[in-house]
Design a protein around this ligand. Structure first.
Ligand code: SF4
Ligand code: SF4
Length: 203
């Protein structure tokens, strides 16, 4: 083939290649999309479709937090900051600060495994973006609150019982079974009784 023939052959191949590519692109206009528009074109919230064991943003039920600090100690990157004070006369432990920095959190779940009551737990929430690093620190204590003291028997407080049940279910089904309480065995799915948690609580 002469130089002129080769020249026109190149033009022909270029044009045909462009049309092949455009045909592939155009075919996508005719197909049903595989993706969905987020977040407004779905029948149910994405959070509600996630698996039960999904590890999303942490939440804390302060009503059943014993202030044992096990979660704070377990976090490998110091996301959790808890401050507790014990009244030496009444022996009541008060939690004055419970912060979790969700910027640093890597959702490893190590903090929830040693929690004796399931107070700290992952949720299916993942939309944590915000406008400042300060607002990414979740502060769970607004007013100092007395730490939870597990009862010897079943929890009788009607307000606390369902929260504790949820927590214990979380421990049994989500966090590592049988290793929920770092300071002693969880007996029959119940958290440690009065006094047992104090050994681990902050002095
Ligand atoms: S999930 Fe992991 S990184 Fe996040 S607070 Fe718990 S232990 Fe720390
Ligand atoms: S009870 Fe759970 S959430 Fe509260 S300090 Fe202990 S490990 Fe953390």
């Amino acid at each position: 083939m002469g130089a002129i023939g080769e020249y026109f052959q190149n033009i022909k191949e270029t044009v045909s290649t462009i049309f092949e590519g455009m045909a592939v692109t155009a075919s996508h206009f005719m197909r049903k999309p595989y993706t969905v528009q987020y977040p407004d074109r779905i029948a149910v919230r994405v959070q509600d479709t996630l698996p039960y064991r999904y590890r999303g943003i942490l939440n804390v039920d302060l009503e059943i937090c014993t202030g044992c600090l096990a979660c704070e100690r377990a976090c490998p990157i110091d996301c959790i900051v808890i401050a507790c004070e014990k009244d030496q006369k009444t022996k009541v432990l008060t939690i004055s600060q419970f912060d979790i920095d969700i910027i640093k959190c890597m959702y490893c779940g190590l903090c929830s495994e040693p929690c004796p009551t399931g107070a700290i737990h992952h949720t299916s929430e993942f939309e944590g973006a915000d406008f400042s690093t300060e607002s990414m620190i979740r502060r769970f204590v607004t007013d100092p609150i007395d730490a939870y003291k597990p009862k010897k028997g079943p929890e009788t407080d009607e307000r606390i019982a369902p929260i504790l049940n949820r927590g214990m279910r979380y421990i049994n089904e989500f966090a590592t079974p049988g290793q929920a309480w770092a300071g002693g065995a969880v007996v029959n799915g119940a958290p440690p009784a009065d006094g047992e948690e104090e050994a681990d609580a902050q002095e």
